[in-house]
Design a protein around this ligand. Structure first.
Ligand code: NAI
Length: 316
């Protein structure tokens, strides 16, 4: 495991072994989902790639075959197109996975998007779409896969965020969706523990993927604010390190995964972060940064990064 990333809730019966497990990952075409699929395939898992961008999913499935073979495993992966906000499509991807790979041991609800501006500047549809993908998409995915995960006495991983327990201007819908995703995982854990199923949530800070890069390229103020954030709140982790931490967490069926691992301190300080005294500094910054952010978003004319999919009709 990378020394920068950490997961908690070690399960000694599973160790680092995902060999032969069937893992369904949403939002697998790019970024954290795609890289986690590569790491899991290398460790012997059979992966079902689910999401938008079918060309990328198909190419990645082929790449995973090569990775499995090179690592001495029998390649058997699958891919399915599904928008996580469409229950029928998600159900079909889950059934297709069981038909193709025989079972589902682990579901990773990873698909996510981020709108780029404040509540005042982004249209309501963009804010709602963010919650729909990041929270309702998690609920739809996990609900569809759960009967199979129960059969396997398996593991559910919800990819939440540092944003589950922090507040940053411009991220109202994103933070709401990730706080909701964390809460969903916390309750589900209690509901399925007696069935032998474990549930975890992952909380990365900034990971170097298109999601973050696109907004950074569009909005200089976003990069400036990010650089000024203290400690792990402002650090960027590579997608490779993040995927290793997620794969370790999946093998251990971890309760929480922090990327980087030092974010555990931020989680433990969440009441301090959100109190009125701490807010004084943030408010002072926000008085300057929010008007600049809103001007920049208006100039860009989009409510999402340029490579975000499934959001074409949502202009800023
Ligand atoms: P990314 O933009 O590189 O990849 C997102 C993936 O989700 C893409 O494969 C895209 O096709 C898919 N997707 C988007 N909308 C979808 C939909 N409606 N249905 C199915 N698939 C859809 O983003 P990244 O960074 O890999 O994000 C993955 C997850 O990690 C997201 O939930 C994100 O919120 C979360 N996260 C990312 C962080 C970062 O700094 N990059 C930090 C914390 C959490």
């Amino acid at each position: 495991m990378s020394n920068q990333c950490a997961s908690s809730g070690y399960d000694p019966t599973m160790g680092r072994n995902v060999n032969g497990k069937v893992v369904l990952i949403t939002g697998a075409a790019r970024g954290i989902g795609a890289q986690t699929a590569r790491v899991l395939a290398e460790r012997g898992a059979r992966v079902s790639l689910v999401g938008l961008e079918p060309e990328r999913l198909e190419a990645l499935a082929g790449e995973l075959d090569g990775i499995s073979r090179a690592a001495g495993h029998r390649p058997k992966h699958a891919w399915f197109t599904a928008d996580v906000t469409d229950q029928e499509a998600v159900d079909a991807a889950v059934q297709g996975t069981v038909d193709a790979l025989g079972r589902i041991d682990v579901v990773v609800a990873n698909a996510g998007i981020a709108n780029n501006g404040t509540v005042a500047v982004n249209p309501p549809d963009a804010l709602v779409r963010t919650v729909d993908v990041n929270l309702n998409g998690v609920i739809r995915t996990v609900s569809a896969a759960l009967p199979h995960v129960v059969d396997a006495r398996g593991y559910v991983l919800v990819v939440a965020s540092l944003a589950s327990f922090t507040a940053l201007p411009g991220m109202a819908a994103y933070c709401a969706s990730k706080a909701g995703a964390e809460a969903f995982a916390n309750v589900l854990r209690l509901e399925v523990a007696h069935k032998g199923v474990k549930v975890g949530s992952a909380h990365p800070s900034w990971i170097d993927t298109d999601l973050v890069r696109d907004i950074g390229e569009d909005l200089s103020i976003f990069e400036e604010v990010r650089r000024r954030l203290p400690g792990p709140l402002g650090s960027t982790t590579s997608v490779e390190e993040c995927a290793d931490a997620l794969a370790d967490g999946i093998a251990r069926r971890s309760r929480r995964i922090y990327v980087p691992g030092s974010l555990v301190a931020v989680q433990n300080l969440r009441t301090v972060i959100n109190n009125p005294l701490t807010e004084i500094g943030i408010l002072r910054q926000a008085a300057k940064s929010v008007p600049r952010l809103e001007d920049e978003v208006r100039r860009v004319g989009r409510a999402f990064g340029r490579r975000t999919v499934g959001t074409d009709d949502r202009a800023a």
